[in-house]
Design a protein around this ligand. Structure first.
Ligand code: GLV
Length: 332
């Protein structure tokens, strides 16, 4: 029986590629290579499975060109690169890597909040530029974190982990908005109060976006929403770039209608809107919220485990669409 063929389309830990090679016939991208969507599609055309890190789109056109494809394993919790309905219709399993990154990502969200509110990046750049001649009482005076109001939009696993840090570690009042309200036990665990979107915006001292990106959530924070926030507030985005209208945000930050922002995700990443690059009061990081070595290794191994479990007939461990069962016969 021939081994399933897997395309590893993003660089990943060599030991994980070696693990995959024990189970599959693997074609893997090499250091220095880049496979734009067309190249990715060409290489995927004769594969049974794909291992990706979220950069490639899996849509109906791609699926139609990949008749053998049975599973796409995303090494990421977010899977807005999947057209889930098209994958389900084509009988293709999609998987992601939830849970293993929750606490690490929450740590980073909180770090970004603190860096933005306390103006750390701006102060550091100023110091490195040799501009520190004397100390002043108002140097880089930012906004308070402890005891302030932490507003969370998107109260899934990561949102709840951020809420716990705020409530228990920093004595913050936590409010949240979500598609559905948490049950009383979950709310109590993170001391969080459910509010409507308008109240969330108006009350926030720090607003953290951690909801999944969907077409309904496109630019969920734009001119109108920013205008409802306090001019002293901080906005943090660790969800997806498309949640925020970046031009409206840059405008609010420049005009003093919002104090600061921390952004780990961007609409056109890896391109960053020049309007943001020019502003001192925004902390910019290159989509690294889950980037610790142990967490990235856990994500990489879970993405591999999904492929292994799928092809040995156990079924994917963390599917994002209806479970698909692999049978050798189907692929001839
Ligand atoms: C990173 O953004 C992820 O979705 O895991």
């Amino acid at each position: 029986m021939s081994k399933p063929r897997i395309l590893v389309a993003s660089l990943v830990f060599p030991e994980v590629v070696q693990r995959l090679a024990q189970h599959f016939e693997v074609e893997a991208i090499a250091e220095g290579e880049q496979w734009p969507q067309e190249e990715f599609a060409r290489r995927l055309a004769d594969k049974d499975g794909a291992y990706i890190t979220g950069g490639h789109r899996i849509d109906a056109a791609l699926l139609a060109a990949c008749p053998r494809l049975r599973i796409v394993s995303n090494m990421a919790v977010g899977h807005n690169n999947f057209d889930v309905a098209a994958m389900t219709a084509a009988g293709v399993q999609g998987t992601n890597t939830p849970d293993v990154l929750t606490e690490t990502t929450a740590d980073f969200g909180f770090a970004l909040l603190m860096a933005a509110a306390r103006r750390m990046a701006e102060a550091e750049a100023w110091l490195r530029a040799g501009r520190w001649q004397r100390w002043r009482y108002d140097m880089f005076a930012g906004s308070e974190v402890h005891g302030s109001t932490l507003a969370i939009l998107g109260m899934g696993r990561i949102g709840q982990a951020i809420a716990q840090r705020g409530a228990w570690g920093f004595g913050m009042q936590v409010i949240y908005h979500n598609r559905s309200r948490l049950d009383a036990t979950a709310e109590a665990a993170c001391q969080a109060r459910y509010v409507g979107m308008d109240e969330l915006l108006a009350q926030a001292d720090h607003l953290v976006l951690v909801l999944p990106y969907t077409s309904e959530a496109h630019h969920i924070i734009g001119t109108r929403e920013l205008a409802r926030m306090k001019p002293t507030a901080t906005l943090v985005n660790i969800g997806r770039g498309g949640l925020v209208d970046e031009l409206a945000l840059a405008d609010a930050l420049r005009g003093g209608r919002l104090a600061a922002a921390g952004l780990d995700v961007f609409e056109g990443e890896p391109e960053v809107n020049p309007a943001l690059l020019d502003l001192p009061n925004v902390v910019l990081t290159p989509h690294i919220a889950s980037a610790t070595v142990p967490t990235r290794l856990a994500m990489a191994n879970l993405a591999a485990d999904n492929l292994i479990a799928f092809f040995d007939g156990r079924g994917a461990l963390t599917p994002v669409n209806a479970p698909v069962r692999f049978s050798q016969g189907k692929n001839g």
